[in-house]
Design a protein around this ligand. Structure first.
Ligand SMILES: [Zn+2]
Length: 43
């Protein structure tokens, strides 16, 4: 999904800007889509 708020990615510590593609981890944290564990998304 797309970010609705500007936040910081706990995985890479970089900023997640509004409208960026993000994913929720199993621990409930929002990270960049490319920072999320592969298991969260099927091929
Ligand atoms: Zn990230």
């Amino acid at each position: 999904m797309k970010a609705k708020f500007k936040t910081t990615c706990p995985e890479c510590k970089a900023e997640i800007s509004v409208g960026a593609e993000i994913s929720k981890t199993s621990s409930g944290k929002w990270v960049h889509k490319h920072c999320a564990p592969e298991s969260s998304e099927l091929p």
